[in-house]
Design a binder for this molecule. Sequence first.
Ligand code: UDP
Ligand code: MG
Length: 321
Amino acid sequence: MNKLLSIIVPCFNEEEVLPIFIEAITKVREELKNLPDCPCDTELLFIDDGSSDSTLEVLRSFNAADSSVRYISFSRNFGKEAAILAGLKNAKGDYSVLMDADLQHPPELLPKMYKELITTRCDSVAMYRDDRKKEGFFRRHFSSLFFKIMNKMSKLNIVNGATDFRMMKRIMVNAILSMPETNRFSKGIFNWVGFDTKWLPFETGERPAGESKWSAGKLISYSFDAILSFSETPLKICSWMGIIFCFISFMIGIFHFVKTLIFGDPVAGFPTLYLMLLLIGGLILLFLGITGQYLARIYLEIKNRPVYIVKETETETHKGD
Ligand code: UDP
Ligand code: MG
């Protein structure tokens, strides 16, 4: 029997691009089915991430035309990370691939990725962008700065230009699903679980329709989330700042003490005041840092909310009830 590949596609307000996407991916699915040495069956799993346009209707119509096209629809927008989790959780395949709906992750690359995955020893084939020059100035510099800071602050080693376009074996998918955290930064999780990953370069296509869902503000807050979920460095910085402040105030104290002993004290009271300010400020930062270390851990553990809520799937349709 042929192996099954699940193609997971998060969609948020993609009604315009989905008809173009389905046409392109159908051709590639045919090609995968007819690969000479390693034919492979595919299922398509769309995740409608709470779209407010007619994405869900489009997905229903895809499923009506072909039952190997499945979908899961969220009750609201939970973000791409949640959609990725839902896709991996519900994929039935021996292999899974994550890709964007907007054709920026070219479907034509799937056969190449599949061959690479089954013929080499690797557990996953991941794609990185090789065409950063095409991006705007802000986005290009911001994202390479982000990858640098991220790798420095955490124990991860994420390739510059890494995308979520990635094909994985079941063993790696199961490892990802075993990670219980609710604040999910997939690029970090893929790296954290280990396994052998083969990196291939690719050029992102132009989006043929619709628009990118990432504003500058969204990107910045996503980056902070990512760093906080994989690194304790910011908390350590707090503690270190506290220690440094205490040290400085101590040194200034000695300086004033010696100065007063030798030259007398022309401005009485003033040094004591700012020394106390510095010292107390330093101590507050130090303690905030330490408490923060514990608090962050408790906070992450205790929230334990579901990452997403499903409103509808291809087997459970609620049209109007
Ligand atoms: N996406 C999603 N939920 C969101 C934002 C985006 O599922 O909240 C999907 C979107 O439909 C697309 C993919 O994630 O398939 C990448 O989004 P986009 O093209 O907007 O990002 P960019 O390519 O600009 O990084
Ligand atoms: Mg895109």
